[in-house]
Design a protein. Structure first.
Length: 149
């Protein structure tokens, strides 16, 4: 999908113990919608320092998709990805599967439930939102302490 002549790029965050197949499903669904989706287990460079490469990919992304599953609470990788995305003020979308732990830092962001792990359905909905320009998509307006004074 192209907006203003540029492809939309999405970083997909997931925990590897139970989320790999969910991330692959999200990647496939978004790719069919012509969105450039980056998934670590499909695209990482061999020999690169993992967290450096992940931080670069998050910085390059237009959106960050967090797939929260039962193992998210214990995932150090997803914790790093959350902190990086928040520090870079990325547009965040969360999909939570059954029995998922959604980190408190993500609760206020755009959120979809995926009963029975139906990530494909949630991604199809998100693609529709992208095509419509997110007209009704809520966002969090963040201010710094200097701006709120």
């Amino acid at each position: 999908m192209v907006v203003d002549g540029m492809p939309i790029r999405v970083f997909i965050s997931y925990e590897t113990a139970t989320g790999t197949s969910l991330a692959s499903t999200a990647h496939g669904t978004l790719s069919r919608g012509r969105v450039e989706a980056w998934v670590w287990h499909l695209h990482h460079r061999s020999g690169s320092y993992t967290f450096d490469e992940i931080a670069e990919r998050i910085a390059d992304a237009d959106f960050v998709l967090f797939i929260c599953s039962s193992g998210t609470k214990q995932s150090n990788g997803q914790r790093f990805e959350i902190n990086t995305a928040l520090a870079l003020a990325k547009r965040i979308w969360v999909i939570a599967t059954d029995k998922a732990f959604v980190p408190p830092a993500l609760v206020g962001f755009n959120y979809d439930g995926a009963p029975s792990g139906d990530v494909e359905f949630a991604c199809d909905y998100w693609l529709t939102q992208l095509q419509n320009g997110f007209k009704e998509w809520p966002t969090l307006e963040r201010t710094t302490d200097d701006e709120s004074a």
